[in-house]
Ligand binder design. Structure first.
Ligand SMILES: [Zn+2]
Length: 237
């Protein structure tokens, strides 16, 4: 999915959401926790180029004061509403059990998976400059879905085998309480790291993550994330 990070970087207005981490939403389950999605979007928005930043500000509703992260969890909140029930399968990818590779034609029928969602919402947003007169698309919703799904697709439990429901059927103990593998990735790791290493200060954790791509282990990879000439092929790599 590294190419997807590049895809984001190459969007018309440079939606740099490359640190998004995701978890596919299995029926009855949410994706990254609120904290995970908020951090993903805080990092992404700080990396936007001026043109992209202006577009995002224009698309966000006034009450969030230009803060994309305030709405990054929105697709999880509305996925059970009748109007948006069709979006539920867009939070994850299920591959056949024991098949460790992703095949778009097999695992994303009719674009109904998180990779397909990223492809289609990216495509919609690519017409932003031409104006929003095309009533088929709600560009604000497209922005929120794309920002959320770039998080979801990088949560390891959102791309996995079908039968274990994204790790939800794998019960375990997380320190002193019961949990499951999906929830550990969604939230437990984040909260435990915040408490143990960052004095529960999200800003400090974000600064540490930033170091990884500015001058750390991911800094050599950033350039490659920016290359995606064709959305359809990028989401299949
Ligand atoms: Zn989600």
């Amino acid at each position: 999915m590294a190419r997807l990070k590049g895809l984001m970087l190459s969007l018309p207005f440079g939606f740099v959401l490359f640190l998004c981490s995701t978890f596919s939403i299995v029926p009855g389950v949410i994706g990254w926790s609120k904290e995970g999605h908020e951090m993903t979007c805080l990092i992404a928005q700080a990396l936007l180029k001026p043109e992209a930043s202006e577009a995002v500000h224009h698309l966000l509703p006034p009450h969030v004061n230009g803060n994309l992260s305030a709405l990054c969890v929105w697709p999880d909140q509305i996925r059970h509403w009748y109007k948006y029930r069709w979006t539920s399968p867009l939070h994850f990818i299920d591959t056949p059990d024991e098949k460790c590779g992703f095949q778009y034609s097999r695992d994303c029928l009719e674009d109904m998976c998180v990779a397909g969602a990223i492809k289609n919402f990216t495509s919609q947003l690519s017409h932003y400059k031409e104006g929003t007169s095309d009533r088929r698309y709600n560009m604000t919703e497209a922005l929120l879905f794309l920002s959320h799904f770039m998080g979801d697709i990088h949560q390891p439990m959102h791309v996995g085998f079908t039968s274990d429901k994204g790790g939800n059927t794998i019960d375990l103990r997380w320190y002193r309480h019961k949990s499951n593998l999906h929830h550990v990735w969604d939230r437990e790791i984040i909260l435990t790291a915040l408490a143990d290493y960052y004095d529960k200060d999200v800003t400090l954790l974000l600064q540490d993550i930033e170091k990884n791509y500015t001058n750390g282990i991911w800094s050599d990879d950033v350039a490659s994330w920016e290359h995606c000439k064709d959305i359809s092929s990028c989401v299949n790599k």
